[in-house]
Design a binder for this molecule. Structure first.
Ligand SMILES: Nc1ccn([C@H]2C[C@H](O)[C@@H](COP(=O)(O)O)O2)c(=O)n1
Ligand SMILES: [Zn+2]
Length: 161
């Protein structure tokens, strides 16, 4: 009888991998963010990435970071976490877990809290010093949303079969 594989990926590697893969769909030239929402029993409930709302063409709206607010991306992009929450079609997200490749902003933090997500696993925290992320952490701390950084394993994931 053969023994089972032991080098299979962990749940965290799996779900963060799915989140990062989802972010690869983003058209944002500077930052691609992906999110994956998971149930208590490790079932994927929803996914999302940062992009424009439905009906707003990727080719007609700006992707720049600077200049006139009406001519840069920030007023128009929906963040990956909000997209993952809004993409969910199954009812309640109460008690679920969010994997996201970048720490949530304050607006997404509010949506995360209100939707009942209880744990946030993030990869990058590159905007940790911004008021937005500081506010997110304050709200998470106050409302009992647990968050921790994904521990990279260094494992390379290959897609060949
Ligand atoms: N937690 C986050 C933070 C940001 N995003 C999106 C919003 C923009 O499309 C992009 C950030 O652009 P940058 O200012 O780094 O050029 O990432 C998100 O989806 N989730
Ligand atoms: Zn956000």
């Amino acid at each position: 009888m053969s023994t089972k594989r032991t080098d299979y990926i962990t749940w965290d590697e799996y779900f963060m991998g799915v989140a990062i893969l989802s972010g690869m769909r983003s058209k944002d030239p500077s930052t691609q963010v992906g999110a994956c929402i998971v149930s208590n029993d490790n079932k994927i409930l929803s996914m999302g990435y940062n992009g424009l709302p439905r009906g707003c063409s990727d080719d007609d709206f700006p992707w720049t970071k600077e200049g006139d607010p009406l001519e840069n991306k920030y007023f128009y992009t929906t963040h990956s976490e909000l997209n993952a929450i809004l993409n969910y079609r199954g009812g309640s997200l109460e008690g679920s877990k969010l994997y996201v490749s970048l720490f949530p902003c304050n607006e997404c933090a509010k949506a995360i809290i209100q939707s009942g997500i209880k744990t946030v696993v993030y990869d990058s925290d590159k905007y940790a010093d911004t008021p937005s992320v500081i506010a997110s952490k304050r709200m998470f701390d106050s409302s009992g949303v647990r968050y921790y950084q994904y521990q990279r394993t260094g494992r390379e994931i290959q897609f060949s079969v």
